[in-house]
Write a protein of this length. Structure first.
Length: 310
C-alpha cells in the first residue's frame, strides 16, 4: 500500500541516493587486465540511506526518505520496496525524465565487494522540491552520500532543520574523498557521526594514530557521538559520557554491501530508545551480522527477531 499523506509524521527521515543494486556474484574481484566470471545476478532496491531507513522500518520505526526516482522500472521497484516495508513515500520526488540511479556491485565468495555507481536523477534534487513541513517534525535526519550536486542541496537543507532534530551523518567514501573542508558545513551540524575506520583515517589524513586520538577532534567540533565501524573487528564509539569497544558477532557472510547501513539502523533504533552507547553498539553489530547473511535487504532483521535475540 502506497502512502502519500504529507501529514504523516516520520521519526527518522533519510536523505541520500536511491539506487537499484544490481549485484553480481563472482568467482573473484579482479584487478586491471584480469578476468573472472559471473555466477549469479540479483537486482534489489538500495542506496545507503534507503537501506538504513528500510532497516529502521523493519525495527518498527516510522520512517520516510528524501530521494528522487524516474518513471521507469527501476523507479517502480524502489517505490514498491519502500511501500511494502512501511516507509512513508511522502518525501519521494518524481522526475519526468532521466533514469533512476543504479549501483553495479560485484561480490566474491568471501562477501567482499566492489561498486560502480550510475547516479541518474539522484543528482538533480533541488531545495524547493523538499517539503519543509515534513522535515520539521522528524526526530532524526540521516544524511548519506550523493555523487554530484545534491550534496549542495543537503547543505542548503541544514538551515531548514529544526534545532531539535538530530543530524546523523554517514559520509561514505564518496564524501570523505571531498576532504574535511568541503564536508565541514555538515560536520558542524552533525550530532551522530557514523563512519568506518578507513574513511576516518582518510578524512584525518592519518593512517597510524590510535582511533581515539582521531575522534577527539570531532568531539571538539561539537559532534556529540562518533561511531567508528571496523568490520570484523567490531566498533569503537565515544561520546561526552561514554567510550566503548564492542566486538562483532560470528555469522555466515554472503554479502557485505549493506553491512554499514544495517549497522546504522540498529544504532539509530537504539538511540531513539535511549539505550547507552555500549548497548547501542551491540544491537547495531547484531543487526549488521544478520543483514550480511543475505543479498541486499533480504536478511535485514525484524523487531521480533531483535527482541527474541536480546
Amino acid at each position: 500500500m502506497e502512502i502519500f499523506d504529507n501529514d504523516l509524521n516520520a521519526e527518522v527521515i533519510g536523505f541520500g541516493a536511491l539506487n537499484v543494486d544490481k549485484l553480481f556474484s563472482v568467482e573473484n574481484i579482479v584487478g586491471a587486465d584480469e578476468e573472472s566470471f559471473i555466477k549469479s545476478e540479483t537486482s534489489t532496491p538500495g542506496g545507503s540511506a534507503a537501506n538504513t531507513i528500510v532497516g529502521l522500518a523493519r525495527l518498527g520505526v516510522d520512517t520516510s526518505i528524501i530521494g528522487k526516482i524516474a518513471e521507469d522500472e527501476d523507479g517502480d521497484l524502489i517505490e514498491y520496496n519502500l511501500a511494502i516495508n512501511g516507509v512513508y513515500s511522502n518525501n519521494l520526488i518524481y522526475s519526468e525524465s532521466g533514469s533512476t540511479g543504479k549501483c553495479l556491485g560485484f561480490v566474491d565468495g568471501d562477501g567482499e565487494r566492489c561498486l560502480y555507481i550510475d547516479p541518474g536523477v539522484n543528482d538533480e534534487i533541488k531545495i524547493d522540491e523538499i517539503n519543509p513541513l515534513n522535515i520539521m517534525r522528524c526526530k532524526i535526519m540521516h544524511y548519506t552520500s550523493f555523487v554530484g550536486d545534491s550534496f549542495k542541496t543537503q547543505i542548503e537543507l541544514l538551515e531548514k532543520l529544526s534545532r531539535d532534530t538530530v543530524l546523523s551523518f554517514d559520509p561514505g567514501m564518496l564524501y570523505v574523498q571531498k576532504g574535511f573542508e568541503e564536508l565541514k558545513p555538515i560536520l558542524e551540524r552533525t550530532n551522530i557521526l557514523l563512519i568506518n575506520e578507513s574513511e576516518l583515517r582518510l578524512l584525518c589524513n592519518n593512517d597510524d594514530a590510535p582511533i581515539k586520538e582521531l575522534v577527539v577532534g570531532f568531539l571538539d567540533l561539537g559532534i556529540e557521538t562518533i561511531v567508528v565501524k571496523q568490520g570484523s573487528k567490531g566498533v569503537y564509539a565515544i561520546n561526552n559520557n561514554e567510550e566503548c569497544q564492542v566486538g562483532s558477532y560470528e555469522c555466515d557472510v554472503v554479502d557485505t554491501t549493506g553491512a554499514g547501513d544495517s549497522f546504522n539502523s540498529g544504532f539509530l533504533y537504539s538511540y531513539l530508545k535511549g539505550y547507552n552507547l555500549e548497548k547501542s553498539c551491540r544491537i547495531a553489530n547484531w543487526v549488521a551480522s544478520k543483514a550480511i547473511e543475505g543479498f541486499g535487504m533480504e536478511k535485514f532483521p525484524s523487531l521480533k527477531e531483535l527482541e527474541d535475540f536480546f
